[in-house]
Design a protein around this ligand. Structure first.
Ligand SMILES: [Zn+2]
Length: 74
């Protein structure tokens, strides 16, 4: 009679994943801009943001922080 058979059916998952967001790790995207339906890619060297529509054709068109704020400010 094995009474301990069901003991390992429950897993306790550690919460150490909460500090790192895998979706933001490799590509830098401004979340507030992306949330308003824009591309939101950030040009690392200049810190400028692409405000073209999400999944736009061609390459990104980066604008300065003031214009990006206007998009994200909704
Ligand atoms: Zn873009």
């Amino acid at each position: 009679m094995n009474s301990h058979e069901h003991r390992n059916s429950q897993y306790v998952r550690p919460l150490d994943q909460s500090r790192e967001r895998p979706d933001l790790r490799s590509v830098h995207v401004r979340e507030d801009v992306a949330r308003s339906g824009r591309c939101g890619n950030v040009h690392m060297a200049t810190g400028r943001t692409c405000i073209l529509p999400e999944r736009h054709h061609g390459s990104c068109e980066f604008v300065g922080p003031h214009e990006a704020e206007g998009i994200a400010g909704h």
